[in-house]
Design a protein around this ligand. Structure first.
Ligand SMILES: C[S@@+](CC[C@H](N)C(=O)[O-])C[C@H]1O[C@@H](n2cnc3c(N)ncnc32)[C@H](O)[C@@H]1O
Length: 315
């Protein structure tokens, strides 16, 4: 009796193994149904072992992702784990931008290339079979993704390090953990999240103030939130209204000289270890604007997504 059960089990396994090796039509590549999720896992043997299985983003969500990312003709749009390439192809087709999709599955990459030809965008959309953890994303100005949160979290340092400040990141359904999105919306029951890559402004910045001599600024940062202290002579002033948005930084300092209150508004553009901008000072009815050029000691720069920052243990 026991032998008979073993034989039946062996036959069932053999039939499954045979079915899995049979070439099949990838019907799901033409249709966006989410049922592809289970079906893919079942019949595409290798998808079962992928970091995230293949499920396509419905076209109404594709529309919203492209809209939220504000894709323009001069953008370079990436999709890490591009499936059938629809996010990249649609972005390129609608805006004339350039696009790059990578996927670990060679069959999907072949489908992407043929879909791009059919959509007339093959000259502007490139697709590569690659593990996305290995992909160089430094040229991406827009990243559109549909992965799992735990995978987003593994990619998060890469997004923050490699993408230029001001680039946009849009994710379908899955968020980025404690990195709060700048915007979010829903398409039916599906969430779409958007972030702008913030410049990393952590560390110690210095510049010369014509009146007060050397100034130094110590900045702590967690994603798009910043706090800081300005050191001038023996004085320490906490920055008010400090913010970073893409490659732009701004904050305000208030002080008092000769009994008169003054307000100094700093605004600048961050490029690596330099900030260039202006300081607008208002004292009573007087307003004066001077150029502001600050330089950071590169050794003081810290990651903006890891651990607690130096002077703000409450974050
Ligand atoms: C949920 S699908 C998203 C498809 C497409 N981005 C969309 O929204 O329609 C995730 C894709 O990631 C791919 N993938 C999973 N792990 C990967 C890895 N390590 N490197 C590259 N692609 C991967 C899968 O093959 C799958 O096509």
């Amino acid at each position: 009796m026991k032998k008979a059960w073993v034989a039946v089990a062996a036959i069932v396994l053999a039939v499954f193994a045979l079915l899995a090796t049979l070439p099949r039509e990838r019907a799901d590549l033409a249709s966006p149904e989410d049922t592809a999720f289970l079906w893919d896992g079942l019949y595409l043997g290798k998808q079962t072992f992928a970091e995230v299985p293949y499920v396509s983003t419905p076209y109404e969500v594709v529309d919203e992702m492209i809209r939220m990312a504000d894709v323009r003709a001069d953008d370079v749009v990436y999709d890490l784990g591009c499936g059938d390439g629809r996010l990249v192809i649609e972005a390129v087709r609608r805006t004339g931008c350039r696009g790059v999709g990578v996927d670990i599955d060679g069959d999907l990459i072949a489908a992407c290339r043929s879909n791009a030809r059919a959509a007339g965008v093959a000259d502007r959309a490139r697709f590569e079979k690659q593990d996305f953890f290995e992909t160089d994303i430094r040229e991406a100005t827009v990243m559109l993704i549909y992965l799992f949160t735990h995978v987003n979290l593994r990619l998060r340092p890469k997004f923050l390090d490699e993408m230029k400040p001001g680039s946009r990141l849009v994710s379908h359904t899955f968020d980025m953990g404690d990195w709060t999105p700048d915007r979010s919306t829903s398409v039916g029951s599906r969430k779409v999240f958007a972030w702008v890559i913030p410049a990393n402004v952590t560390g110690r910045w210095k510049w010369a103030d014509p009146k007060r001599g050397g100034c130094s600024l110590e900045i702590d940062q967690r994603y798009q939130q910043i706090r800081g202290t300005l050191l001038r002579g023996n004085g320490k002033t906490v920055l008010a209204d400090a913010r970073v948005a893409g490659d732009r930084i701004a904050f305000t300092i208030e002080d008092e000289a000769g009994g008169a209150k003054a307000r100094h508004e700093f605004a600048g553009i961050v490029a690596g270890n330099r900030i260039e901008g202006t300081i607008v000072s208002t004292r009573g009815k007087q307003e004066r604007s001077v150029r502001w050029l600050a330089v950071r000691n590169p050794a003081t720069k810290r990651p903006i997504d890891a651990g607690l920052q130096k002077s703000n243990p409450g974050w």
